[in-house]
Design a protein around this ligand. Structure first.
Ligand SMILES: [Zn+2]
Length: 79
């Protein structure tokens, strides 16, 4: 599982966790998420492939991918 936060007011989930909701600025609660998500898009950079992965609850996070990802592929963000 990976650390995240969930807003009790609007339900927004963020990973990595944030003290305050990016949507409504309310204080968030700690949350843990399944580290596996769906690749939304990806790009390549100096350190290789980087994928934008959507996790449960809609949290989105960039992770390094071992090889060129496929959009819609399941990818674990657990490093
Ligand atoms: Zn909120």
């Amino acid at each position: 599982m990976i650390a995240a936060s969930r807003c009790p007011a609007c339900g927004r989930v963020a990973a990595p966790p944030r003290d305050r909701c990016q949507g409504c600025r309310a204080r968030t609660d700690d949350e843990t998420l399944d580290p596996e998500g769906t690749v939304l898009t990806y790009t390549s950079g100096a350190e290789g492939w980087i994928a934008l992965v959507e996790l449960a609850g809609g949290a989105r996070t960039w992770v390094q991918a071992p090889s060129e990802p496929t959009i819609g592929e399941r990818l674990s963000v657990d490093a």
